[in-house]
Design a binder for this molecule. Sequence first.
Ligand code: ADP
Ligand code: MG
Ligand code: MG
Length: 941
Amino acid sequence: MAKYVYFFGGGKADGNESMKNLLGGKGANLAEMAGHPSLRLPVPPGFTITTDVCTYYYDHKRSYPKELKIQGEKALAQVEKIMGKKFGDAKNPLLVSVRSGARRSMPGMMETVLNIGLNDVTVQGLIEQTKNPRFVYDAYRRLIMMYADVVMEKAEGVDLKGGKGVRRMLEERLEQIKHQKGCKSDTDLSTDDLKVLVAEFKQLVGKILGKPFPDDPLQQLWGGIGAVFASWNGKRAVEYRRIERIPDEWGTAVTVQSMVFGNMGDDSATGVAFTRDPGNGESQFYGEYLVNAQGEDVVAGIRTPGPINEHSKNDQSRHLPTLEEIMPRIYNQLFDIQRRLEKHYKDMQDIEFTIQNGTLYMLQCRVGKRNGVAAVRMATEMHREKLIDAHTALTRVAPNQLVELLLPMLDPKAEASTPAIAKGLPAGPGGARGRVVFTSNDAVAWAARGEKVILVREETSPEDVDGMHKSQAILTSKGGMTSHAALVARGWGKCCIVGCGDLEVADDNKSFHTKKGDVVKEGDWISLNGTKGLVYQGSVNLVDVNLEQNQAYRDLMKIVDKVRELKVRTNADTPADARKARSFGAEGIGLFRTEHMFYGEGSDKPLFLLRKMIMSKTLEERKAALAELFPYVKNDIKATLEAMDGLPVTIRTLDPPLHEFVPHSQDKLEALGRELHVDMAELHKRSEGLRENNPMLGHRGVRLGITYPEVTEMQVRAILEAAGELIKEGRKAIPEIMIPVTCTVNELSNQKKIVDRVAAEVRAKLGVKIPFMYGTMIEIPRAALTANRMAEVAEFFSFGTNDLTQMGFGFSRDDIGSFLPDYLGDKILPADPFQTIDQEGIGELIKMAIDRGRSTRQNLKIGICGEHGGDPDSVKFCHRVGMNYVSCSPFRVPIARLAAAQAAIEDAAGVKAKASAKKVAPRAGKRPAAKKAVKKAPKKK
Ligand code: ADP
Ligand code: MG
Ligand code: MG
């Protein structure tokens, strides 16, 4: 017979901590605390109904398997025996709570009902037992309130007119009575007040919901259980699962547990605590409690909770007595238990406890959530304390959490007390504050006056880059996570919020207003939390982070670098970026975009010369322009090669379509006309000639070099001379020349001839040997498919996964915003393929290209330089498919390093698991057969 119910209590438990999938996190940990021989903590007895029942419930029109009732009754009898009480008994009634609990914790997303089993009869019995009528009526009014809300309204899908829930209405009545009686707190209400309140509540519930509050304890119990299952598909829970990517199929378990009461008087209390400080990671017991209260009061913020000890005091609670002071014996017991729990679980625990008449009970424990700073500190300190080994320490920090260590952020305390005025997509993490400007020019001008500004625009374009750079942060009302603003900000590690549909920029570009009605004018201060996508009015304080001073971070990264096999490079176009990236541990540059020098600060002259070259008509004109441009390109490259000091630097030849550089403004066009000695009509004609219907697939990348070999030649000469000069000066330089947008080996051979000739010339001119490599981007599906041919000429591949994804899917990167949300919402795609490599499709192309490439050239060096290079899941993929390195924006370098180390650990664990699996069931067959078997195996969850 299927087992649907797992009992715990009295030092025993059917389940344990490893059964989270079946019992939910809460149920499994309650079983562990109650039953594990080395714990056997004081846990009120109870039982957990499995997640299988939840699945059954939804598959069978919200009904239960027939065995459930008998198994439940049996478990309830066991609980009754231990407690010496009977559920629904008139003399000595047992009360229970009905609690939700999924595999992974979803705090506050599902329902819990306390004090089940009270009615007008059992109330008398409980008063008899406790001699505490005040407490009993307090428990009763809480039950009615919660039950009406959770079971009778929400689970039933009742939609009350006026939008106010029954709970809110009952709370208002409670407030009224408190007001009439002149009571500040719930605890000031007398027994008689509460008695009247209970009677009123029952009446009100009947009136509001059109159904009476059920008096039958068993009906209450099953109603509660059903409501918890129903809450799995409540709106809040569903939304939370979307965000946290928790599968809908998991379902929740339900735990029925005998009640203990923290609201029995001044020797009773309830609280939550952490075995270490979750705010900063310090190894200090940390927590809050309330005297004479039931569990939910602490979280609900009805009264300000007190600190459990000195360490836990904050500005709001400083004046309150600590638990350590008022109940020293209990505090010591709790302190001892939390130490044991942390040792047992080998991780920071978040615990709930209740004290009933001087006796301590444990109600919950789970691995505690923590911020990035705390995660790093806990991991390294637990490692130092020998609680966990080095590999485990690495798995304790989510790579993306490192972002929090790198960027200044809004002061969390200040943020907590300021309401946000708008919310958008968190495109660039960290915090920033500044005065609002609406154009790039204003940003530049204001910044030049020493103002801190935040650039607010509908969207940004390459022409805004200067202003974006000068701004503290960027805020756009349109665009997605791969919009121009998002990409640029991410590259710089700049705080940025995009797609903030809550706000609308006024037509005159002088103000914006929010949906809520706030109006922000040019020059007003705003503050952004780019990690969460929140916009605040006014100037919120920033707190700085200094990596070098962060010992825990340095300890962690030491382990990281020992473990990882994948190298991590950076995408950098300037010496400043290069230096920043090196300080974050970059081991080279994986993508240096030559065209960068034509944007932003100091670009006027080279851009003018480039335009001159573009608008040239004859070879002579073009060569003359190129000759003028040459020194700029050479110096630009040289400065970055120098900053990288002998680490490899992959330099990509000119990539964008030329028309992108044609000036739009009249005065710029006129200047160009004068320079080229042509009139405006001719200039317009030449410009028109460059216009393309589909520039992304047009005359760009290597195609420019094929049409204009002199353009390639100039760039190659600049690269090699820059390197050669450095070498002559006694420095080191390792350039790697990378040809973009290739689709056939013939393009590579064609350009290689230029490279070989120029290399010989430079060598003769400078008299030094220049070590360099020649390779290509793989970003067009045909290049991936013909990788064996490409590798005949290319010495390295660098996967340009932005374009490979674009062309592989046939999704325009710039237009995906109009349909991607539907694709994600309807689960047509599991994730944005521009953020995380689509392993199933694009990943196959990559694997194939690696296999084919290396079949031609065994030591082919392979990396990735798309945005994916800084995405942890994608980095792990790159490790598994055998790349040599990933390259990402400077601020993501530490993240990629950690992800690479985790990939190596997972890899080793996978190999071990496979080896032991083989022992059990040896599988014959050679590699191809084994490969097939792998493909057929169900996908890992
Ligand atoms: P959540 O998952 O939202 O934290 P819980 O199931 O933990 O919900 O319950 C909410 C509150 O009720 C908690 O503070 C918990 O301590 C309290 N609680 C739950 N069951 C009991 C019980 N049997 N006795 C006393 N308090 C309880
Ligand atoms: Mg809880
Ligand atoms: Mg590209």
